[in-house]
Structure formats: structure tokens, C-alpha cells
Design a protein around this ligand. Structure first.
Ligand SMILES: [Zn+2]
Length: 135
């Protein structure tokens, strides 16, 4: 192994350790999470269609809607104010969960690529000599 490759290998080991520590941090955050809910919650503002309603004057009817796509189908539910408060945290937790999970996958991919480079740098050179057998 030449000097350049030794330096590369040492730099790679350090990068791999750092990437590994970062992945561990993301995994630990994932393991500490509770109560996640896939989907989103938004406020739905609408006019009801009645002629003399306040919504005609611009005071739209408001309600909270939970929506989620499952197996290609969009599921929607109108929420009470209380449900909205209870579920919003879980929806935010789910978003954070997905973000962290993505970072784990990304970090693992990076480690795999660095290991491939390390393998290349660690490879023992086989001396090129003419074999007697071929003579
Ligand atoms: Zn109305």
C-alpha cells in the first residue's frame, strides 16, 4: 500500500466513523418517537351556498380536515377543534419521523460508498511477474 493510499484510507475511516455517528443519532431520534400519524391537517374554508349566510359577505365557514393518501386513495375526515389539537402533534411527529428515516437511508448509502472506496485503497497489490508456467 503506497503512502497516498494510506492517507486516503485513514481519511475514509474518519469519514465512515463520522457518518456512522450521524446515522446513530438519527436512529436514536427515531427510537425515541411515539404516536405518529401519516397525512396532513389543514383548515378548509368554504361558502355553503345559502343566499343570506355570512359566508356570502366573505366570512367563510372554517373547519379542520385531516387527509391521508393510502394505497392510492385519499382519505379525508373533518375534525373537531379538540381532535385537531390532539392529532396535529402526531402529524408533525410523522413528518419528523420520515425526515429522520430519510437521513438514515442517506447516511447508510454514504457509508456503503465510502466502504467501497476503502476496499479499493486497502487492496493488496499483486506484483506483476511473468509466470514460469507460461514459458
Ligand atoms: Zn354559509
Amino acid at each position: 500500500m503506497n503512502t497516498q493510499r494510506k492517507e486516503d484510507a485513514s481519511r475514509l475511516r474518519q469519514e465512515i466513523r463520522q457518518a456512522q455517528a450521524a446515522v446513530e443519532g438519527h436512529v436514536n431520534r427515531l427510537l425515541s418517537m411515539r404516536g405518529v400519524l401519516k397525512g396532513s391537517i389543514y383548515e378548509w374554508k368554504r361558502k355553503c351556498g345559502a343566499e343570506n349566510c355570512r359566508c356570502v359577505r366573505g366570512e367563510l365557514h372554517r373547519s379542520w380536515v385531516y387527509s391521508c393518501r393510502e394505497g392510492g386513495k385519499l382519505r379525508k375526515a373533518v375534525l373537531t377543534e379538540k381532535e385537531m389539537h390532539n392529532w396535529r402533534g402526531a402529524v408533525n411527529a410523522w413528518k419528523a419521523f420520515r425526515r429522520e428515516r430519510g437521513k438514515v437511508v442517506e447516511g447508510q448509502r454514504r457509508i456503503r460508498n465510502l466502504l467501497r472506496e476503502l476496499e479499493e485503497d486497502l487492496r493488496v497489490e499483486v506484483p506483476r511477474r511473468e509466470s514460469r508456467e507460461s514459458e
